[in-house]
Design a protein around this ligand. Structure first.
Ligand code: HEM
Length: 176
């Protein structure tokens, strides 16, 4: 369940892939829901977005707490200093941006008086609250950082080492 100096533990791997699926779903769903014209469908999507967003909030808290239980592995051996800096910076910014998205999402609900119940959310209800602009801008930053992260991981996997293997996906390892 716990990791080693070279690999993430099983629990950390599950947190990573589950968070990734839900957050990418939020980014795609959020982009679509704010642009559709069918009001009933749009309201349904807002409720779904907020439900998944609150699950991501709980998951992120659990994930951050888990770092204190199961230390993260060292950076891959042989990684250049510039790559290490880029890797750390990208990770840090992703955590900050996800934190800001969750905080601004919850902020929209609280400041609009909707409360933390997804059932009460409508596009109209959260129209005039400031965190909405923050959420909008930061969501674009998230999409940019996500693609940077993906590109970095794929390039490192192809050229140098087995980053996917560290995260529990063995199929791309050159040895297999
Ligand atoms: C953590 C990951 C999250 C991501 C990646 C994400 C992504 C997005 C995106 C891309 C949009 C559309 C922005 C636009 O183009 O106008 C959006 C809108 C929205 N999100 Fe999130 N979101 C996240 C978390 C949350 C949470 C935790 C909540 C609430 C608890 C939330 C509530 C909302 C609401 C109410 C809107 C509609 C805002 C509007 O009508 O302009 N989001 N989100």
């Amino acid at each position: 369940m716990k990791g080693s100096a070279t690999n993430y533990g099983r629990i950390a791997q599950i947190f990573h892939w589950l968070s990734m699926l839900l957050i990418v779903g939020l980014a795609i769903g959020g982009t679509i829901m704010t642009r559709i014209n069918n009001t009933a469908q749009q309201t349904q999507m807002y409720k779904m977005h907020v439900t998944v967003g609150l699950i991501v909030l709980a998951l992120t808290v659990a994930r951050v707490l888990w770092i204190f239980v199961d230390k993260r592995p060292d950076m891959p051996e042989g990684m250049k200093a510039a790559q290490k800096t880029a890797f750390s910076l990208n990770h840090l910014l992703l955590y900050v941006v996800i934190g800001l998205l969750v905080a601004s999402g919850v902020g929209m609900l609280l400041l609009s008086g909707v409360g933390l119940s997804p059932a009460n959310v409508t596009p109209e209800a959260i129209k005039n609250v400031t965190p909405r602009t923050v959420h909008d801008v930061v969501s674009k930053l998230f999409i940019f950082l996500f693609f940077m992260h993906l590109a970095g991981v794929i390039i490192y996997q192809v050229r140098e080492g087995d980053t996917f293997g560290r995260m529990g996906i063995p199929w791309f390892s050159k040895a297999s």
